[in-house]
Design a protein around this ligand. Structure first.
Ligand SMILES: *Cc1c(COP(=O)(O)O)cnc(C)c1O
Length: 411
């Protein structure tokens, strides 16, 4: 069985790759029928030599673009030198990475992992341990408040607090100790906190939710609430962070500093999975030898790439470019509200559009864009998210805007 509908224009080569993939790789995704072979900057090329503007950018793992010269050079150099030591020994790249990422986040320490989900799991474990050892929550009773519509990854514990039925169905029993509150509703969050609560885990912008932003002031109110109730503010910046939103972190838009930053995706430059959490001593010191770990976390290859990512972010040019792209997208998409779009949300080079469901689904929009040489993905229903690499040119963004405009106009 194949989940991918092939159009008449699909080449034999593309069809063969899709058939073999669907035959031997589990059907846990519903990809667009394009088979990519090369990438450079904001553009990718398929097996037939057709070029596409990549407006998904690996769910923001590719903020710096495909084959970014600086990152590829660092990775190549490190590949020939040392790739893995395990944390049983020190390595000469983790020192610089840890120092750089601590500086970027303004935190005392980092804890490196690999995937985003592992970093979220790490934040959950650290929060619970902090709750018992520092806050004094009775053994086994720690609770964490999460948000409705959240996406934090795919492990059993993380889907335990998801309200997405497709992500949870068939995977019970779940991990207990989580409680959901309405996203962006500070009163609902306050009501969900009690004396067992150790953390509030949230996305400053919900990416998978469709680039959903909380009302202005929510992050500041949440910071004040967490401080007042002695609860850790845990910001999952895996997708929103590292320049995507026009600032280094999405929390920066309200000048808010969480207790724990959770990072992933672009931290590995789209080359390699690199994730981490960052926190101050009062939180991170609950971690002791043997209490948490990862074979690959903090390996020299990951650390070399991550160090260069931090160096690039410290220059500030990617954040500035994201903001510029955002202005161009906003100016292009805003007039479409009421003319095919129900809503547009833009923050930096990150946009969610809600298409009038009577017009087309998000999937249909994605397919129409693909036919015009633009790759994007629906999140759910009639919502499509756009997140081009931050190296996209003004012409690239103009191409996206005109394509969406024409498709909505039925052209
Ligand atoms: C992608 C994502 C994750 C999970 O990261 P993986 O690397 O896929 O495990 C967690 N939180 C947010 C906000 C994400 O966007």
């Amino acid at each position: 069985m194949t989940a991918t509908d092939l159009s008449a224009s699909t080449s034999e080569l593309t069809a063969a790759h899709i058939a073999t993939t669907e035959r031997y790789a589990a059907h846990n995704y519903h990809p667009l029928p394009v088979v990519l072979a090369e990438g450079d900057g904001a553009w990718v090329i398929d097996v037939d030599g057709k070029r596409y503007l990549d407006c998904l950018a690996g769910y923001s793992a590719l903020n710096f673009g495909h084959s970014n010269e600086r990152l590829v050079a660092v990775a190549r150099e490190q590949l020939g030198r040392l790739t893995l030591t395990s944390r049983a020994f020190f390595n000469d790249r983790l020192s610089g990475f840890a120092e750089a990422l601590a500086r970027l986040t303004g935190k005392d320490m980092i804890l490196p992992m690999n995937s985003g989900a592992e970093a979220v799991e790490t934040a959950i474990k650290v929060s619970r341990k902090w709750g018992y050892e520092v806050k004094g929550v009775p053994a086994g009773q720690a609770s964490i408040v999460t948000m409705e519509g959240n996406f934090h990854g795919r492990t059993t514990t993380i889907v335990s607090f998801s309200d997405d039925e497709v992500a949870t169905s068939g995977y019970a029993p779940f991990t207990s100790g989580f409680r959901r509150a309405a996203y962006g509703d500070i009163d609902a969050v306050a009501a969900a906190i009690d004396e067992t609560t150790v953390a509030v885990l949230f996305e400053p912008i919900q990416g998978e939710g469709g680039v959903v932003m909380p009302p202005e002031g929510f992050l500041r109110d949440l910071r004040a609430l967490c401080t007042e109730r002695n609860v850790l503010m845990v910001a999952d910046e895996i997708q929103s962070g590292l320049a995507r939103s026009g600032k280094t972190f999405a929390c920066d838009h309200e000048d808010v500093v969480p207790d724990i930053y959770v990072m992933g995706k672009a931290l590995g430059g789209g080359i390699y999975p690199v994730s981490a959490i960052a926190a101050d001593h009062d939180v991170m010191d609950v971690i002791t030898p043997g209490s948490h770990g990862s074979t690959f976390g903090g390996n020299p290859l990951a650390a070399a790439i991550g160090t260069e990512v931090v160096a690039m972010l410290e220059e500030g040019t990617f954040q500035a470019r994201a903001a510029e792209i955002g202005d161009q997208i906003e100016a292009g998409f805003r007039p479409l509200v009421g003319r095919g779009l129900v809503d547009v949300r833009v923050r930096g080079a990150w946009a969610g559009i809600d298409i009038d469901p009577a017009l087309m689904t998000g999937r249909q929009m994605s397919e129409a864009l693909m036919a015009r040489g633009i790759l994007a993905k629906d999140t759910h229903g009639s919502t499509v998210r756009f997140a081009p690499p931050l190296v996209a040119s003004d012409d690239d963004v103009a191409l996206l805007v005109s394509a969406v405009t024409e498709i909505l106009a039925g052209g």
